[in-house]
Design a binder for this molecule. Structure first.
Ligand SMILES: Cc1cc2nc3c(=O)[nH]c(=O)nc-3n(C[C@H](O)[C@H](O)[C@H](O)COP(=O)(O)O)c2cc1C
Length: 364
């Protein structure tokens, strides 16, 4: 048998320099998170559990457990399960409206979780202090510059700015605008960008603007390690950016929190359900409060139905506009490697000295 020479591709010095430049650009983010690449796997209820979180952290990124509606005991078990699968750092995302928020914080601290992401509104001062006094860092979401400044003053250690392109619950402003509004002005803490990001060159563009890293959800939802139902992953693979739309509110009197997801029979039934509920309110059959509750309850349990049980027709298929860039079920490590390579490609395309420093090329 003829033995083949080993396939050793000599390291390309230009690519090595570009990779080093990328590492410098997101150094503040990697130092803060304690990982190799400043890419967070955004917490996704039901999906960001031990398998996906450990896979992201093991691939050099930063996984985040979605606590969602878990009880303190469930969260404790999920953290322990994740720690059994990775010795790398990961975070926990807590929703501030959770009735046992303080207990959940204590669970994180006892387990030695180093980073707590507080989502769902401005974090209560007491919670923020409890996390910090316990030796962990707080990451919070800033939906506008004025709130970003306030959060920094109250002592948060890092911010995420999430644009309306994102999957799940969204604010009204796109990342393209939030980044311009916030990145030039917040230097005190690292700022991570989220919403609609599907490629590494896009991450690079935000690093150029002053971001310290990026958070992605949608791209990881359909990864091999994600426990999402195969029909949920297939829906992601088939969908285009334009299919991921925010939920629609029919009447100002009955607010609907905007959630971005794939259009399906459920989103159409939601419109009919709102119209029927409003009719019942107007006819005196329902009080205003009862009508509001009826509208809010429509989606109860709907993400689990879609993501875990595979009912992608009537469940809530939360997805960001970046869903158009999900073309395959890929291992998490391959997704992260692709993102890094795309950023490195873009740096290499810049003029040699600029690629090495990370500086953008001037226009031709
Ligand atoms: C299926 C799904 C569920 C999500 N659940 C949560 C959640 O429970 N808490 C949270 O803070 N963000 C949640 N998000 C937002 C993600 O953490 C992340 O910020 C967002 O996905 C980033 O935008 P992208 O989807 O365009 O990558 C969810 C997103 C998706 C797609």
């Amino acid at each position: 048998m003829v033995s083949m020479p080993p396939d050793i591709t000599p390291p390309d010095p230009a690519r090595a320099a570009a990779r080093a430049a990328l590492d410098r650009l997101w150094a503040r983010g990697t130092a803060f998170l304690g990982c190799e690449v400043a890419i967070l796997g955004g917490a996704m209820s039901w999906l960001s559990e031990r398998h996906l979180v450990a896979a992201i952290s093991n691939a050099g990124g930063f996984g985040v457990i979605a606590c969602g509606a878990m009880s303190p005991a469930q969260l404790e078990a999920e953290i322990a399960g994740t720690q059994a699968m990775t010795d790398r750092p990961f975070g926990v995302n807590l929703i501030t409206m959770h009735p046992q928020l303080d207990d959940l914080v204590q669970v994180c601290l006892r387990a030695g979780v180093g980073h707590v992401v507080l989502a769902g509104g401005i974090p209560p001062g007491g919670t923020l202090r409890a996390v910090k006094d316990g030796g962990a860092r707080v990451i919070a979401f800033a939906p506008a510059l004025v709130l970003a400044r306030r959060l920094v003053r109250t002592g948060v250690d890092a911010l995420i700015i999430e644009g309306s392109e994102a999957g799940g619950h969204i604010g009204p402003v796109s990342l393209g605008v939030l980044a311009q509004e916030i990145l030039p002005h917040i230097r005190e803490v690292p700022v991570f960008v989220a919403g609609g990001i599907g490629r590494g060159d896009a991450i690079l563009s935000y690093l150029d603007m002053g971001a310290s890293g990026a958070q992605l959800g949608t791209r990881f939802a359909a990864s091999t390690e994600s426990i999402a139902h195969p029909r949920f992953k297939q829906a992601f693979i088939r969908a285009h950016a334009r299919d991921a739309v925010p939920s629609v509110q029919l009447d100002d009197r009955f607010p609907v929190i905007p959630v971005r997801g794939l259009v399906n029979a459920g989103t159409r039934q939601f419109l009919a359900h709102q119209a029927e509920t409003i009719r019942r309110f107007q006819s005196g059959e329902l009080t205003r409060e009862a009508a509001q509750l009826a509208i809010e309850h429509f989606w109860a349990g709907a993400l689990r139905r879609a993501a875990i049980e595979g009912d992608v027709d009537e469940g809530s298929v939360m997805a960001g506009q970046s869903v158009g860039m999900v073309t395959d079920e890929q291992p998490t490590a391959a997704i992260i490697a692709d993102l890094v390579e795309q950023a490195v490609d873009r740096l290499c395309a810049r003029q040699p000295t600029q690629a090495a420093t990370g500086a953008a090329a001037p226009p031709p």
